[in-house]
Design a protein around this ligand. Structure first.
Ligand code: GTP
Ligand code: MG
Length: 392
């Protein structure tokens, strides 16, 4: 029996509607939803942020550039940079001078593996009233150590490259990571300097800071300050944690009673990372920003740890970064209460931001972690720091 045309059209419409209804319920999440679970329920950067608690020293007499600046403590702004990165360095300097250093005039110390050009020195000095120092890194601090087997290095970097480890085949990148991990504070130019603020070319600073951050570190007994806390690529550090455990087996006494071991070994948030990094969460302070006390790196515990790692060869056979190396050492050998989140310092190194909610900030979007792809939210490890240590 033939079905009447209107009835056929009606049943077809009903079927289409039914499938549409099912699709609405079961369709795969849209790309933005897919990453939503990685976002913090409430980013603390959305809350009004003022200055940190504790003793703060304001700008004023004693902070003039040069010998009149007797209020300054033993500290420097510090940048490892290539001559070719001059423009990016000038931009970073402009931001930091405008928001902070024009009030305090701390000296800048620039490091390079080759001499700085006259143009680099002239243009950087022109950005600040403070003293600028230009230092060449001694060869024995920079070059690949004698115990590294060149053939093995080549083979290993090939494998790392295949696993997608960024910059794995750039020898200079490995050298840079090693220098930042265990060499920079040994440079003779820093012999009498205690605190540093690390600055990379092209980074941005957004908020006015009206206290002396170095004195904040000293007067409030802080060792290390960070802004951003991220996961690392586990493929770049598969044996870093196993080597660390070997070291700890020989030196259990170096572990601080108030350590951040649970933050270092978390496997709840990203179990895959912990597994691939053989027990390390890969959470680290993003070390392109660091305000720290070099006495920690100069301690016997850190010196022994760095030497152990250096001999193990992973700065070259793998691509151990200074960020995980510094972070592991701090998490193990330092009192976690001496590590400070500088939530009030608005900062960007592509592609991540720290952007607090404060009238002192201009040019960044409050609470925005990244302006890159939404999957980058997966890399946010701040929730773990807040969970295990807090927001101090
Ligand atoms: N003088 C010198 N500086 C270097 C060298 N390699 C890296 N640097 C500096 O070391 C810092 C870190 O290097 P980057 O290339 O920015 O490394 P990164 O931050 O991991 O990588 P990006 O995400 O691409 O910025 C920057 O301040 C660079 O200017 C080098 O071979 N010589
Ligand atoms: Mg960089």
């Amino acid at each position: 029996m033939a079905i009447a045309r209107p009835a056929r059209a009606l049943s077809l419409a009903a079927i289409v509607l039914w499938f549409f209804f099912l699709w609405q319920i079961f369709h795969p999440p849209r790309p933005t939803d897919q990453w939503a679970k990685w976002r913090m329920e409430h980013d603390p950067n959305l809350d009004p942020t003022g200055e940190p608690e504790g003793i703060l020293t304001r700008a004023g007499p004693g902070y003039e550039p040069g010998p009149k600046g007797t209020a300054r403590i033993n500290a420097t702004l510090l940048a490892l940079v290539r001559n070719e990165e001059l423009e990016g360095m000038l931009q970073a300097m402009r931001d930091l001078e405008r928001t902070w250093n024009r009030k305090f005039n701390y000296p800048w110390t620039f490091f390079n593996d080759v001499p700085f050009t006259e143009e680099f020195m002239r243009k950087t000095q022109a950005e600040t009233n403070a003293e600028c120092r230009y230092e060449v890194i001694p060869k024995e601090h920079w070059e690949m150590p004698s115990w590294i087997n060149r053939e093995l290095f080549k083979e290993s970097t090939k494998l790392l490259k295949e696993q997608g480890v960024q910059y794995a085949d750039m020898v200079s990148y490995h050298q840079m990571c090693r220098w930042n991990s265990g060499m920079f504070y040994k440079h003779p130019a820093l012999e009498h300097v205690q605190y540093y603020w690390r600055v990379e070319p092209k980074v941005h600073f957004f908020c006015d800071i009206d206290y002396d951050v170095f004195r904040y570190m000293r007067d409030n007994n802080k060792t290390y300050g960070f802004t951003i806390n991220l996961y690392d690529s586990p493929e770049s550090i598969p044996t870093l944690w196993p080597e660390t455990l070997k070291f700890l087996a020989d030196h259990p006494d170096y572990i601080h009673p108030n350590n951040a071991m649970d933050w270092l070994t978390d496997k709840v948030r990203r179990p895959d990372h912990n597994e691939k990094a053989n027990g390390y969460s890969t959470c680290h302070f993003w070390s392109n920003f660091e305000i720290a006390d070099m006495n920690f790196w100069r301690s016997k515990a850190y010196e022994d740890y760095f030497n152990h790692l250096d001999r193990a060869g992973g700065f070259f056979y793998e691509r151990w970064g200074d960020a995980p190396v510094h972070s592991i050492a701090l998490g193990l050998f330092e009192d976690k209460n001496k590590i400070h989140w500088f939530r009030d310092i608005g900062y960007q190194h592509i592609p991540f931001f720290n952007c607090p909610n404060s009238p002192k900030c201009k040019g960044c979007k409050t609470g925005l972690l990244t302006d890159g792809e939404p999957f980058l939210y997966m890399e946010d490890c701040r929730p773990n720091w807040f969970k295990y240590v807090g927001m101090g």
